[in-house]
Design a protein around this ligand. Structure first.
Ligand code: 5AD
Ligand code: SF4
Ligand code: FES
Length: 331
């Protein structure tokens, strides 16, 4: 794998993207699934070196949406056709298990035909089980990097072993699980990226989120170089080949790194887009990295914009729940 990664370029790269494209056509055809993303709190107790939401960033203005505001985002999203809602936040303990259970139950009661995805970080088994019982269907928890050394250097407040243990717990409980990693972290080598791909092959997650590392001005990594679109596309294509039935988003970070980054990801094996449904007033505050796109656009604008982008890339939007094939074959 390391040898392959160090020789990727020109023709070989095109062949890799073509193979990944063929694999995605075999599994999901030309469908691109849309998920409405609601960033409901930018408060985080962790301190990841790369992230603008890190607790050490004192210049960020913090917000937390209340359950009723979150439900309003879902109402707007449902009217725009979304049938998956992704509730994402920093690791914010104000949102206790009890509060989350009530919120999840309310979303599922109002929108029984929609899937609900959580992306709220590490919690204990009991919490994960109760959220699942309340109706949450899916959970995104990127492994961030499979290298123990890198993981430890970027996550002063978290444990390498816990991360993968939490992913195993989520799978055991029955969630459709999403893992994933950043490409181009400072000091990340081809061997580290190979580890990420082998980890995914072993975990066999339902979803795989891969994006370039992008520096944020108020973090310790502010002067580091960003990850490249090309390296990230390589990882997306290889992930598609190694976990052919995974759902793989063309991430917002890809769209931020390059104006056509998301379209290129779709053509290298990705098959999901996650447009923003958060209220306009808070969007600019969910700043994981600088220059994040879609912070000035209405939800309806993103919905329309994406439809055009998907078509121009040669695919079609599918507004269904878009469950993973892996999950459908399990149930
Ligand atoms: N650049 C790119 N991705 C980032 N994330 C956090 N900070 C950055 C950054 N500076 C990613 C992490 C996290 C996801 C929500 O966003 O992988 O899991
Ligand atoms: Fe918090 Fe997630 Fe950012 Fe880490 S990456 S500081 S856990 S929001
Ligand atoms: Fe948000 Fe294009 S996807 S404006």
């Amino acid at each position: 794998m390391v040898d392959l990664l160090s020789h990727l370029g020109g023709d070989l790269r095109r062949q890799l993207y073509d193979l990944a494209h063929a694999a995605r056509i075999r599994t999901y055809g030309r469908a691109v699934y849309l998920r409405g993303l609601i960033e409901f709190s930018n408060i985080c107790k962790q301190n990841c070196l790369y992230c603008g939401l890190r607790s050490g960033n004192k210049s960020l203005s913090r917000y937390r949406l209340l359950p009723e505001e979150i439900l309003n985002c879902c109402r707007e999203g449902y009217a725009l056709g979304y049938r998956t809602f992704v509730l994402q936040s920093g690791e914010d303990d104000w949102y206790t298990t009890e509060k989350l259970v009530l919120l999840i139950a309310a979303v599922k009661q109002l929108f029984p035909d929609a899937a609900l995805t959580l992306s709220i970080g590490e919690r204990d088994d009991e919490c994960y089980s109760r959220l699942y019982a309340a109706g949450a269907d899916r959970f995104l928890l990127r492994h961030e990097t499979a290298s123990a050394n890198l993981y430890r250097s970027f996550h002063p407040t978290m444990e390498y072993e816990n991360r993968q243990d939490r992913l195993n717990a989520l799978q055991r409980i029955g969630y459709q699980v999403g893992a994933g990693f950043m490409v181009g972290l400072p000091d990340q080598t081809a061997a580290d990226l190979a580890e990420d791909l082998l980890y995914l092959q072993q975990l066999q997650p339902d979803m795989i989120g891969i994006g370039p590392f992008l520096p944020h001005r108020d973090t310790p990594l502010k002067d580091e170089l960003p990850g490249t679109v090309e390296d990230t596309l390589d990882m997306i294509a290889l992930a598609r080949l190694m976990v052919p039935d995974a759902l793989i988003p063309a991430t917002t970070a890809m769209g931020t790194a390059h104006p056509n980054g998301r379209e290129r990801a779709l053509q290298a094996g990705a098959n999901v887009l996650m447009p923003n449904l958060s209220p306009m007033a808070v969007r600019a505050k969910y700043m994981l990295y600088n220059n994040k796109i879609c912070t000035g656009d209405e939800s309806a604008q993103c919905r329309f914009c994406l439809e055009q982008r998907v078509k121009s890339a040669g695919f079609h939007v599918d507004m269904g729940r878009g469950d993973s094939l892996k999950h459908l074959s399990r149930s």
